[in-house]
Ligand binder design. Sequence first.
Ligand code: GLN
Length: 447
Amino acid sequence: LSYYFKQIEKNQHLNAINEVFFDSATKQANLVQQKIENGTAGKLAGMVIGIKDNICYLDHKVSASSKMLDGFVSPYSSTVVNRLLQEDAIIIGRLNCDEFAMGGSNETSYFGPVKNAVDEERVAGGSSGGSAVAVQADMCLAALGTDTGGSVRQPAAFCGCIGFKPTYGRISRYGIIAYASSFDQVGTLTSSVSDAALLLEVLAGVDDNDSTVSSIPVPAYSQHLSQVGKRKIAVLKETIENDALDSEIKSAILNAIETLKSQGHNVEYVSFDLLDYMVPAYYVLTTAEASSNLSRYDGVHYGYRNMQAESLNQLYKNSRAEGFGEEVKRRILLGAFVLSAGYYDAYYQKAQQVRRLIREKVEALLTDFDFLLSPVTPTPAFKMGENMQDPLVMYMADIYTVLASLAGIPAVALPLGNNKKGLPLSVQLMTKHFNEQELLSLSHRFL
Ligand code: GLN
């Protein structure tokens, strides 16, 4: 633990951590030490883990990197935190992220952007940027993030770690600050596949507090990593044969395809013609859900309150105007618009139909193939500020990650070394609902 405290101190300038839990982490470490001596320690004994600052931990502050939750202390723990602690992990702190997990560069955080450890002028990715950099710079062994449309996978890709998003419904969302509830999933950022497998095994499975969690049994993922036979992999052609894809990412992916072939897998290119609909459908649906989820921040129940208001309406108005950042406001407005009478059918309902088509197409592909392969991102980590001028440019960069989110399938971002500038490159693999075991095993073998 003291090693990680030192690493945090050394890397303070990267701004990955919103708060270090010195006291509770030290206390837990002492407790775990005793358990190890007694031979009663759990599966994660001594694993030092950072959690994204939108995951609730009893008696600890949680802010979603927003002024809106200023000073808010969680009155309960999320299921994922309880499960980590039950297995004797040590939670070292809460990690910076985009405000309410809305963003793809960690530049919308109230606490300022997170810097990429390989090039401090570049972004860490988002929204779980702090989680990625904390793992990248060895400030913790592993981190939890949340992935609504790529927020675990994209920062993992920008920072050279492994970002794993399970099937929607595999891990409980109880105690996770909601962004878009039909998309949100907890995911892991790790430097090895076996750590991702071990964490998933602990975190996944039924929870009385979240009815969307599946009752499908949770395998001991980490025990079966070597078992994967020859599999059929579909490369989504349009995602690779696309002028917008960075040439070094493309050649790294072509090499990865050769490696997969040499490991005996059958790799084929297939056409995926719904690519243009991904980002629009994702942003209509997630902003709609966000506008509803974020209506609870009224200046009364949580965190920030404007003290000058003279009426209740003014209190709501002022608190929300001052508490939320620009990107969050943009999404609340967009979401309220697509849900409003007169526009509901044209936008929200249409997007739901598109989501269904995407899901059906993906399911059809995954009856013929075991895995889908695509890039994670169109470019490596970009410069700070570069995509902040135009929200559409930022949204378009989510084109490859939102597919798995719209379809609710598991997906992983795997590192493929660095480009000439030393920036990490990556590839994405996706699979059928609840086929995490094979996805982890294939990734383990591949790396
Ligand atoms: N970049 C995407 C967005 O801004 C993904 C965010 C996420 O997965 N939380 O919505």
